[in-house]
Design a protein around this ligand. Structure first.
Ligand code: HEC
Ligand code: HEC
Length: 203
């Protein structure tokens, strides 16, 4: 009995080590099969979505995409559509689609509301010292490319999607992140709208 238990424990440790050593990268070819059949309708075959409510995912960091899929699935990030979408995905599926989207080329956009550019650029590049809003570019990068594994890319994202996320971070119910909640809580609606427009044309 004792010997059996020791053997089982040794096997478990071995399996644990193998798992830890195995690469955590997804398989983009397997991811593409899921994207083509399920996700493309909203996010585009190549991760460049058309409708402004559906975020573009092309070129987004693999780590970030995977972390968001997990958050939708667990209900930590609340969205009825994406909760349904992730219910059927395994952990490997999520890694695979994340790998696929991260390798796609983001389509460049133009900001549609140019009247917002002056305020938007100021918030993005300088922040608002009076209310302690930090410059977005200090984490998301001067051209919105982000920093893989740490900060998501924002450049050329739909303005309406960006504005909604900022409002969600501020409200703190559907989307929780301490860093972004603190930043969004210091922003006015006008600042959120303006910086979202600026980001949509950023490349
Ligand atoms: C019916 C439309 C629809 C389908 C199909 C769909 N999504 Fe989404 N997805 C959305 C919407 C809308 C959001 C934004 C949710 C929000 O506002 O928080 C989103 C958000 C996301 C995000 C978060 C992006 C970010 O920048 O944080 C990821 C990742 C994602 N979807 C992946 C997928 C994958 C993978 C599939 C296929 C398995 C899929 N989606 C299918 C509509 C859809
Ligand atoms: C200190 C670093 C930091 C700064 C400064 C910062 N962000 Fe972020 N931002 C993050 C992190 C980390 C995340 C990922 C949050 C998560 O995992 O949910 C994020 C996520 C976001 C998202 C969600 C992206 C998506 O695809 O859904 C938006 C939009 C965003 N930030 C906008 C901004 C804006 C606008 C500013 C400037 C006013 C800003 N951020 C400043 C760290 C930062």
């Amino acid at each position: 009995m004792r010997r059996k238990m020791l053997l089982a424990m040794a096997a478990a440790t071995l399996a644990g080590n193998v798992l830890a050593a195995a690469p955590q990268k997804g398989d983009p070819a397997k991811g593409k099969q899921i994207v083509d059949t399920v996700c493309a309708a909203c996010h585009g075959v190549d991760g460049n979505s058309v409708a402004a409510a559906n975020p573009s995912l092309a070129g987004q960091s693999q780590h970030y995409l995977y972390s968001q899929l997990k958050a939708f699935k667990s209900g930590e990030r609340k969205n009825p559509t994406m909760f349904g979408m992730t219910a059927a995905l395994s952990d490997d599926d999520m890694r695979n689609v994340a790998a696929y989207f991260s390798q796609q080329k983001p389509k460049e956009r133009e900001a549609s509301d140019k009247t917002q550019m002056a305020l938007g650029a100021k918030i993005y590049r300088v922040g608002n010292p009076a209310t302690h809003v930090p410059a977005c570019m200090s984490c998301h990068g001067p051209s919105g490319k982000g920093l893989p594994d740490m900060y998501p890319r924002l450049g050329s994202q739909h303005a309406a999607y960006v504005a909604k996320q900022l409002a969600d971070f501020k409200a703190g119910a559907d989307r929780k992140n301490p860093t972004m909640a603190d930043i969004a809580s210091r922003m006015t609606d006008a600042e959120m709208k303006a910086v979202a427009e600026y980001i949509s044309g950023l490349r």
